[in-house]
Design a protein around this ligand. Structure first.
Ligand code: AMX
Length: 436
């Protein structure tokens, strides 16, 4: 058994009695109430999900396993010659809550090289789609096609299914999926945008560096990839992609079914697709401005108001939980300030950052006028030559797999049941409203 799996098993054995005790002794303790508004408006802020992988404070932002983004970057072993931790180190940390040693990281890196082989039929499925199909559809279809490989599904059908051991098979699928999804993503990129000419993987490289290599983008894109996948991994359980993954897996659907579904949610413009929307907005703005005309506070302000007055949202701004600038935005901004401070698009994004919160406050609708992760991420991709913005949500999907896969492994470990919230009718709400 790998060190990661052994440590995970130990953590699971320590955690199970805590969950059991809460259920048996304190199951009736009330932790929230639900208002009519929350029932109608997307269950916002209702506390009814449990995860230890990450926690999102509205003002502080995300903590992965108790650590802020800077603390996470600081604590984990870095890739050789890189500024950021390897994705493999982060995976170990997300699953176990422990900072791995270099030796433990090396073991995961070696394991992923074995796991990452994608069956050829997955690529055939993607190739069978019309070439102008959205890359997110291709990714979701590729992941779904791979369901045939599920060790969890095979175990379930073996006649020996034991709930206590289900996590082991989910862990196998989860590990295969996180190792394979960057391969599928790089394939989609080169199939769609680089004349179907592919670059074989390099056995000497960790996941982030190998992804950059297969994309055909030189350094520091290896570090960009590591940073990007870590930042996009998890944002507690309630967001559309994480929640979808958790929900689908709760029916004992395997990791491939669950993650294909999660990707379909990520593909929505109010969620992951917002990063592509940000780039589209910026390009439309520049086109309207005309060749050689500099963006100014005045013309950016006007463009933002034009968007709002047309009844559209400003992509990359606002959030369901956050009430300040997203630290994932800040982390990427710091990268830009260090590596590409003079990039014209970065300057424009910075100008939008100066102006948009004020505009949104004056507009008076958004509860959070500050930027989220998507406001900054596309600009970095653009800078390093990945300019096909249709592809950006696929990158998000590669990163988000880490969080969803860690969560559904733990879901099975802790024996979480099928998820099934209760609905009520409008007439019932009216009755309760009348009764005060
Ligand atoms: N521009 C314009 N209006 C906005 C807005 C924005 N960026 N953000 C919120 N609003 C509006 C909402 O549309 C809503 O209007 P309505 O009352 O007419 O329906 C009102 O403000 C209140 O919304 P809210 O409670 O502040 O936000 P929410 O929790 O309902 O939605 C989110 C959150 C992210 C969907 C929303 O802020 C939004 O649409 N932002 C733009 C898209 C985006 O950046 N999405 C990415 C989020 C991060 C991610 O998941 N990747």
């Amino acid at each position: 058994m790998s060190q990661l799996k052994a440590v995970l098993q130990q953590k699971i054995e320590e955690q199970r009695p805590r969950t059991q005790r809460l259920l048996k002794e304190f199951g009736n303790v009330v932790i929230d109430q639900v208002t009519i508004e929350q029932a109608i408006r997307g269950a916002r802020d209702v506390r009814c999900l449990v995860t230890d992988i990450s926690y999102l404070d509205p003002f502080e932002g995300i903590r992965f396993r108790g650590k802020t983004i800077p603390e996470t970057f600081e604590a984990l072993p870095k890739a050789p010659g890189g500024e950021y931790p390897t994705v493999e180190a982060f995976w170990y940390f997300l699953l176990t809550g422990e900072v791995p040693t270099q030796e433990q990281v090396d073991e995961v890196i070696a394991e992923w090289k074995e796991r990452r082989v994608v069956p050829e039929y997955v690529y055939d499925v993607i190739r069978a789609l019309p070439k102008d199909t959205h890359p997110m559809t291709m990714l979701s279809a590729g992941v779904l096609a791979m369901q045939r490989e599920s060790k969890f599904a095979r175990y379930y059908n073996s006649g020996e299914f034991n709930k206590n051991r289900a996590w082991e098979y989910m862990y196998e699928d989860a590990s295969d999926l996180v190792a394979r999804i960057p391969m599928i993503a790089a394939f989609i990129y080169r199939y769609k945008f680089k004349d179907d000419v592919h670059i074989p993987p390099d056995r000497d490289l960790d996941m982030g560096a190998n992804f950059a290599h297969m994309m055909g983008v030189p350094k520091p894109y290896d570090d960009v990839s590591r940073m990007y996948f870590i930042l996009h991994s998890d944002h507690e359980s309630g967001n559309v992609s994480a929640h979808t993954g958790h929900l689908v897996a709760s029916a004992l659907s395997d990791a491939y079914y669950a993650y294909s579904a999660a990707l379909n949610g990520l593909a929505g413009p109010l969620h992951g697709l917002a990063n592509q929307e940000v780039l589209r907005w910026i390009m439309e703005f520049q086109a309207k401005l005309g060749e050689g005309v500099e963006p100014t506070r005045e013309n950016v302000t006007k463009a933002l108001w034009d968007t709002l007055n047309a009844g559209q949202v400003i992509p990359g701004y606002g959030h369901g939980v956050l009430r300040k600038t997203d630290p994932r935005y800040t982390a990427q901004r710091e990268f830009c300030l260090k590596h590409m401070p003079d990039d014209p698009l970065f300057k424009l994004v910075s100008m939008i950052y100066e102006v948009a919160p004020g505009v949104l406050m004056e507009h008076g609708k958004a509860k959070n006028p500050w930027p989220n992760v998507d406001a900054q991420s596309g600009v970095i991709q653009w800078h390093y030559g990945v300019r096909e913005w249709d592809f950006y949500t696929v990158l998000f999907g590669v990163g988000r797999a880490l969080g969803v896969m860690a969560n559904i492994t733990w879901d099975r470990a802790l024996g979480y049941p099928i998820e099934r919230p209760k609905s009520v009718t409008t007439a019932m709400l009216e009755e309760w409203a009348a009764a005060g």
